[in-house]
Design a protein around this ligand. Structure first.
Ligand code: GLU
Length: 481
């Protein structure tokens, strides 16, 4: 029987979870679910200098908000824990000792001054830079002497010379490197902490990871990892390097250009299911022109064969479109919590029923939850001003006359439902032999201050007769001035 698929997302708590990281997590998740495997979360926090307070909580919150629950990881022991690397230091030490013992790694006592000197020489000569492997063949006596002197040391991997190192990338095909160009990479630093490479490989092995799916910035590390697996005598997992994500203008993603954190998207009014769907399509083409898909559909369809090695562009317009379609589908009750919180910030209070009615009308025409909140002011307060362009078009003496007439009719509606309001408008326009739009546009502008919005009669019903009449009369005065 084939080995059970086990994949992991292995973030470093060096900052917030940005869309690139979230996309990696999401592909791992889809791959695991598609193959009936397991999705692990491992925290790679051995680089203490880059640790950011609060980053871990934000990573957990972001993953949970997106629905990327891990099967094994912090808080969910599956027998391979702990899942936080700083709690596993003894394991890496033991493994390094094992490699020194077997002759695949060595202690390097070179000082940082010496390394800087070597580098400067290499740069002057114009050749490649890198460690000159001076400590690779120290005699046992030299090592002993260094130890006695208390010289600090790192542990380096002895990269075999003259080899072609190859691996089969599941997205890019075969990738080859010449081992001679690879540095004898550091496995254990002078402070006793493992490097990313060491901890990553040891843990992927110990946690029985079968497939490594990660961003393509790690490709150059992979031949080193392959050699490290070999040194240990372990089978390497399969590798798949995910395509880079570019900013909307085609450049590198940066905080300013779309590299927002997952939580920024949440604050920006996006729904988790929309961001999930959108991120899944960054690099993956499910075939046909399928775009909007449920998580279940994505799980069923996901395959690395349809992941392109080509860069994908983060198209925020598409994300907004997608978010709008998800908003329209959401029961208004499930949006009410977020929306009322935004209203509160803007000083608007709404009871439950009223909130649902407003959301019902606006969710189908909003691309973000924040946009819904931003465009809903007229459900709470009288328009403070009228859209200038629309005033020119719809507010003139004739319009004022029409508004005055329709006002009279509105007064007579007892049961203020949209159907009754509509009937009144239709009857009036027939009798006047005027198009219905000649009175609809001015009414809308009078009531909302803007020229676009939900169906006028529905909107009038929700706002209520009294306010509607008051606003129409204010508009007539405004036109008169
Ligand atoms: N800790 C690495 C990162 O922050 C993980 C890379 C990998 O998946 O191997 O991206």
């Amino acid at each position: 029987m084939a080995e059970k698929v086990r994949v992991r997302f292995a973030p470093s708590p060096t900052g917030y979870l940005h869309v690139g990281g979230a996309r990696s997590a999401l592909f791992n998740y889809l791959f695991a679910r598609h193959n009936g495997g397991e999705f692990l979360l491992r925290i790679e926090d051995t680089d203490r200098s880059r640790f950011v307070e609060g980053a871990l909580t934000e990573i957990y919150d972001s993953l949970r908000w997106l629905g990327l629950d891990w099967d094994e990881g912090p808080g969910k022991d599956g027998g391979c824990g702990p899942y936080v690397q700083s709690e596993r230091l003894h394991i890496y030490k033991d493994k390094a000792a094992q490699l020194i013992e077997s002759g695949h790694a060595y202690r390097c006592f070179c000082t940082s001054e010496r390394l800087a000197g070597v580098r400067a020489e290499q740069e002057k000569a114009g050749g490649a830079t890198g460690y000159d492997r001076r400590c690779r063949d120290l005699s046992p006596e030299e090592i002993e002497r260094n130890h006695k002197d208390g010289a600090p040391h790192v542990v380096r991997l002895k990269i075999p010379m003259g080899r072609t190192v190859a691996f089969e990338d599941l997205i890019r095909g075969r990738i080859e490197y010449q081992s001679d160009v690879l540095d004898d990479l550091v496995l254990i630093k002078a402070d006793g902490f493992p490097t990313y490479h060491m901890a990553n490989i040891v843990d992927d092995h110990e946690m029985r990871i079968t497939h490594v799916l990660r961003g393509d910035e790690w490709i150059a590390s992979t031949p080193r990892h392959v050699l490290l697996y070999e040194a240990f005598g372990w089978d390497a997992p399969a590798f798949a390097h995910l395509p880079v994500i570019l900013s909307p203008d085609g450049g590198k993603l940066s905080k300013r250009k779309g590299a927002a954190s997952v939580m920024d998207y949440k604050r920006g009014g996006f729904l988790p299911e929309a961001l999930f769907n959108f991120l899944a399509l960054l690099g993956w083409a499910p075939g046909g022109d399928r775009e909007k898909m449920s998580v279940q559909e994505m799980i069923e369809a996901f395959s690395l064969e349809q992941v392109s090695p080509k860069a994908s562009v983060l198209d925020e317009k598409k994300l907004e479109w997608m978010n709008g379609t998800y908003m329209a589908e959401r029961p208004s009750e499930s949006l009410a919590g977020d929306v009322t919180a935004l209203w509160k910030e803007r000083g608007y209070e709404a009871g439950d029923d009223y909130a649902i009615k407003v959301i019902d009308l606006l969710k189908v025409r909003s691309r973000r939850v924040t946009e819904l909140a931003d465009t809903s002011s007229y459900f709470f307060v009288d328009p403070a001003e009228y859209e200038e362009k629309a005033v020119k078009k719809h507010f003139n003496a004739d319009a004022a006359g029409r508004l005055a007439l329709i006002s009279k009719e509105i007064e007579g509606i007892d049961d203020f439902t949209h159907a009754n309001i509509e009937a009144v408008y239709r009857g009036w326009s027939e009798r006047q032999q005027l198009s219905i739009s000649s009175v609809i546009h001015p009414t809308r502008l009078a009531i909302s201050g803007v020229s676009a919005g939900p169906g006028l009669f529905e909107m009038m019903e929700v706002i209520g007769k009294e306010k509607v009449l008051k606003r129409i009369s204010a508009a007539i005065k405004f036109i008169g001035n």
